[in-house]
Ligand binder design. Structure first.
Ligand code: AHZ
Length: 308
């Protein structure tokens, strides 16, 4: 039947239109058909809406209780997600990214230049990921940072137990008082980023929540969104003050970030450049090895909780 003649039923149980079960087409088949009767399989607009919303709401339901939440999908957060997805297909891992586009600052190698530099031994991460590079001795170069980020993203998003919620900001932390009177972080408070940005001029836009025993925060150094979780730890008096990111020193900075990747308060592991704000570590500028290896270490720290 022509699509527009499908009668509108009342109620909530409108069945999707039957799916055309043609055998899968090859691109060669298609080339023959350009001139003679090329046509897409039929669709009704509501099918598209439902295909998206049903999955999204199922994911919201599934990940409302997660095992691990990663805040920020930059190079560090995605590296942690990759390691976790490989190691533990049984854990539910949610990634919350404020921006529409995941990847943080790792779409370029630095400034507006394409190539990405990683100091050894972070080449081990590239080999594990299957990203080709040129060996320059003490460091390696990926021909385009987007090759690193897109490969990492494609692997992370392929894990069935990892869900990326992008365009979604973490705007607070869930806390629990423990029996000894101390506080632990027990989840995140989220909102659509566009809503988070409008709390000052709109009212009553309450957030959503995800409970999880482990949060990995990798929101980058301070900026419009950066260093979110550690700034919140200061305002809730869980750490006294931030050290503040220091000037650029590649040699000092990269070692320090990997070394200091840790659980900063119970339930909250911090990795990547967010750490530089906690400890007053130097920045490294455009060399990404510490982001990858801090992600590896953050994943190892998180996994300890599930090994106990
Ligand atoms: O959008 C942010 C980015 O994608 C996201 N983010 C920040 N706050 C958030 C919040 N909720 C959800 N409240 C949030 N998402 O976190 C991501 C951080 O990515 P990044 O690339 O900025 O940080 P990174 O630590 O993974 O990598 C840092 C890369 C840098 S900065 C630097 C220097 O300045 O010297 N050098 C390197 C290698």
């Amino acid at each position: 039947a022509p699509l527009d003649s499908v009668p509108l039923k009342s109620g909530f149980d409108v069945k999707p239109l039957p799916v055309d079960s043609n055998k899968p087409q090859t691109l060669e088949d298609m080339a023959e058909k350009w001139e003679q009767g090329f046509k897409f399989a039929p669709i009704r607009e509501s099918q598209v809406s439902r295909a998206m919303t049903r999955r999204y709401f199922t994911d919201l339901d599934t990940y409302a209780e997660s095992d691990i939440v990663i805040v920020g999908a930059g190079s560090c957060g995605l590296s942690a997600a990759y390691m976790l997805g490989k190691a533990r297909p049984d854990l539910k891992i949610a990634i919350i990214e404020a921006s529409v586009s995941p990847g943080g600052g790792a779409w370029l190698g630095g400034q507006l230049f394409s190539a990405m530099v990683m100091r050894k031994p972070a080449d081990a991460f590239l080999r594990d990921l299957g990203v080709p590079f040129e060996d320059e001795g003490d460091f390696v170069v990926v021909k385009h940072a987007a090759l690193f980020t897109s490969t990492l993203l494609s692997k992370v998003l392929s894990f069935p137990n990892i869900k990326l919620f992008n365009a979604t900001a973490v705007e607070d932390l869930i806390t629990r008082q423990t029996s000894d009177g101390s506080l632990r972080i027990a989840g995140v408070v989220t909102n659509w980023t566009l809503v988070t940005m409008h709390h000052d001029d709109q009212s009553c836009m309450d957030p959503n929540t995800i409970n999880a025993p482990v949060i990995i925060s990798t929101t980058g150094h301070d900026g419009p969104f950066g260093a979110f979780c550690v700034k919140r730890l200061v305002s809730m008096q869980q750490i006294e003050k931030l050290g503040g990111m220091r000037g650029l020193d590649m040699n000092t900075a990269e070692d320090a970030i990997v070394k200091r990747t840790r659980e900063v308060v119970p339930g909250l592991i911090v990795g990547g450049m967010e750490l530089s704000e906690v400890d007053g570590a130097n920045r490294m500028g455009p060399t990404f090895g510490a982001m990858a290896l801090s992600g590896v270490k953050a994943a190892e720290e998180a996994l300890k909780v599930f090994e106990e």
